[in-house]
Design a protein around this ligand. Structure first.
Ligand SMILES: Cc1cc2nc3c(=O)[nH]c(=O)nc-3n(C[C@H](O)[C@H](O)[C@H](O)COP(=O)(O)O)c2cc1C
Length: 186
């Protein structure tokens, strides 16, 4: 069977990001028949439609990594009740031009960590609207919101709480199952 590759996009640009810890935790918890490649988005330019015909090498490498994946995991902070600009920029780049949209139809799952009580819930629902437009196959359940994130990670950056680990495993299993189906129709 094809080894399933999930592209992991997210974390944040700050050094001690909870979302970066969360994406690394997810990578460790991937089901046995799959791997996650964490793709950095910090070096991408701001999206400019004028560059569609002549993308930079960073943009080409980013899109190639997504193109060769069978599914996507987005691990997103919540900024001002919504999606952080640097991550939306990465998704905008991946989606253009329409003939080279490397996200359309792909399975996608979302997780978030925040220092607040709702764990990034509002950002996740805004992301779901974006996934809908891109015609991605969204994994609806379980929803993984890591709230009060400053209390949830140990010294080595791993989630302390077993119930959250179980939810992450469950979400990744659903994502990989959808990615297996996607790999058959590709
Ligand atoms: C610009 C900005 C806006 C924020 N807005 C929200 C928000 O709307 N909801 C929330 O729960 N936390 C918000 N926070 C707090 C973040 O949850 C917190 O900074 C978190 O650590 C960011 O994720 P990171 O640790 O991965 O960088 C905001 C933080 C920043 C820097």
């Amino acid at each position: 069977m094809t080894s399933i590759k999930i592209a992991g996009i997210g974390g944040s640009l700050r050094k001690d990001s909870f979302n970066t810890k969360l994406i690394h935790q997810a990578k460790e918890l991937m089901p046995h028949n799959s791997v996650m490649e964490i793709i950095s988005v910090g070096n991408l330019p701001l999206y400019n439609q004028d560059d569609d015909e002549n993308p930079s090498k960073e943009v080409m490498a980013f899109k190639d990594s997504l193109r060769s994946s069978h599914g996507v995991l987005i691990v997103s902070p919540e900024y001002n009740y919504s999606i952080p600009g640097f991550l939306k920029n990465a998704v905008d780049i991946a989606s253009r031009p329409p003939v080279d949209n490397v996200l359309r139809g792909k399975p996608v799952a979302i997780m978030s960590a925040s220092s607040g009580a709702f764990g990034g819930m509002r950002a996740q629902y805004h992301w779901r609207q974006v996934f809908h437009f891109l015609d991605m196959k969204q994994i609806g359940r379980p929803e993984v919101f890591v709230n009060y994130a400053q209390e949830k990670f140990d010294q080595s950056g791993r989630i302390k709480d077993e119930s959250t680990i179980t939810l992450i495993r469950d979400l990744l299993n659903h994502l990989v199952n959808a990615a297996i189906e996607y790999s058959h129709i590709q």
